[in-house]
Design a protein around this ligand. Sequence first.
Ligand code: IPD
Length: 264
Amino acid sequence: MNHPVEDLLEIATRAAAAAAQFLVDGWATRSVVSTKSSGTDVVTQMDRGSEALLVEAILASRPDDAILGEEGGSREGTSGVRWVIDPLDGTVNYLYGFPVWAVSVAAEVDGEPVVGVVHAPALGTVWRGATGHLAEANGTGIHASGCDDLAMALVGTGFGYEAAVRAAQGEVVAGLLPRVRDIRRAGAAAVDMCWVAQGVLDAYFERGTHLWDRAAAMVICREAGAQVGGLTGGPASDAMTVAAAPGVYPSLQKALIEAGVGHE
Ligand code: IPD
């Protein structure tokens, strides 16, 4: 079956915009309704409402598609297209009013991610990518940085919610910090990766993300000339995601291994 990338991009753009507006409009009513991996890994009623809205918007145009959603709105499909959605990446930031949060919508065709939209209303930025077609921020083409020296690289990362995982992640950061320009932890993996695509960060790495955190941003990164993968040549995975300007990708991989990644 033919699934024009332009159509998928249009649906992703509209659905993400609607969910972003819902999150902006309902911000004052946000409340924690559940927790996941730890007491600080919260779910608000707005995460759930945003996911319900995304699912409804996507299925209204494409009823036969599959969906993988962070908050359980997943379903099987028959068309060969699967949508991977994070209705609110950066939930803790949203809760506090720290502006780094986003709606993330990706479309895969036969298992290959082809479209990604990351909409961050409090930052006023919409990143979009389509395989072989485009990588843009607010309609302007973007490219990963030309940084080719890890010592000069501004590197983003993120941390899990469980104390033991965080302790190990802290050790890796301690090993890496003397070897890079500096480290940033902004609190939304999808935004961190889009910042790599845009050259706002030179690189990003994180252990413990989920596919919905990274799927859309991976498309945007690749189309913007950033390299994305896991450790030692493997694909990006829940175990490790590295996104970086090509000039620092290999040296970051090496530095992460030397800092203890994979041995935590
Ligand atoms: C989280 C954010 C955070 C990252 C965590 C993610 P959530 O997503 O992206 O930056 O460090 O790994 O789980 O829970 O806000 O959707």
